[in-house]
Design a protein around this ligand. Structure first.
Ligand SMILES: Nc1ncnc2c1ncn2[C@@H]1O[C@H](COP(=O)(O)OP(=O)(O)OP(=O)(O)O)[C@@H](O)[C@H]1O
Length: 252
């Protein structure tokens, strides 16, 4: 596989916080235009890994590149990515529209394109009627939607999403899932961390399960589920339970 087909690459990526080894050793090679589902129990190191890949946390050791740019080149990587963290970075005192306008300026999106894209996404996420309200008046789901639009407004090569459907009603969650599938079909790469397994089952081309700071299982969802013995058809939940209780003994 040639390197330019790899959007997210990590080699022996590690992070230590004092005595805590948050990420022991992570290797990744995520192909462009694919959706990578990142699973793992609470405390496995998923957020820390995403923070290293998005340049927000400096790795203690190892190497990571986003579309060929090393994460030590923070500006270079930030130009190539969008990131929706668990708690979307929005300003309570701005309206939803102002927040997105502000972000579009930060990202150097020309004003006319910005207006067009903001209007289209607000409409799609059923937020157009509330775009003039201050974010402090928004529900959790509305904040989540603004955070998501903010992450993809500049049409980044690589989109990192931490629980993108959390707090969303089923219709909004469907809109988000369809948008993720579209982004991937257009050639964007999506790195998706969530505990909602049906979301991963539907969207991910490849799934990686992180446990105690290491990837203990990785592969296409169908390939992983085929390897788990179960009385009925296996699901990703069976895979998750097998590899995270027994550290990969059931799935090699
Ligand atoms: N800033 C920090 N300082 C000290 N320890 C930290 C810090 N951030 C994370 N950790 C520790 O690193 C480990 C991994 O945490 P992380 O948040 O990456 O897990 P996670 O897989 O995202 O969990 P969850 O699914 O609960 O969000 C945990 O033991 C956590 O306590």
């Amino acid at each position: 596989m040639s390197i330019d087909r790899i959007a997210i690459e990590a080699t022996d990526l590690r992070k230590r916080f004092g005595d805590t080894l948050a990420v022991e050793s992570v290797d990744l090679a995520v192909e462009r235009g694919t959706v990578y589902g990142f699973l793992g129990p609470n405390g496995a190191g998923k957020t820390t890994t995403m923070r290293m890949l998005t340049t927000l946390t400096r790795p203690s050791a190892g190497d990571a590149r986003i579309v060929g740019t090393p994460v030590s080149d923070r500006n270079g990587v930030r130009d190539a990515i969008g990131y929706l963290p668990e708690d979307p970075p929005v300003f309570d005192e701005l309206t939803g529209y102002e927040q997105l306008e502000y972000f579009a300026r930060l990202r150097d999106i020309p004003a006319s394109a910005a207006e067009q894209r903001i209007d289209a996404w607000l409409e799609r996420f059923d937020l157009a009627g509330d775009a003039g309200k201050r974010i402090e008046e928004y529900s959790k789901g509305m904040r989540q939607k603004v955070g998501l639009v903010q992450a993809l407004l500049h049409e980044p090569d690589v989109l990192f999403l931490d629980e993108p459907t959390s707090g969303l009603d089923p219709r909004a969650a469907r809109t988000v899932m369809d948008a993720i599938a579209e982004m991937a079909a257009e050639g964007h790469t999506v790195f998706l961390s969530t505990h909602i397994l049906p979301v991963v089952e539907e969207l991910a081309d490849t799934v990686g399960v992180l446990s105690d700071g290491r990837i203990v299982a990785e592969g296409a969802p169908e390939a992983l589920t085929r390897q788990v013995e179960s009385e009925s058809d296996s699901t990703l939940e069976d895979v998750f339970l097998a590899v995270t209780t027994d550290h990969g003994a059931a799935v090699q």
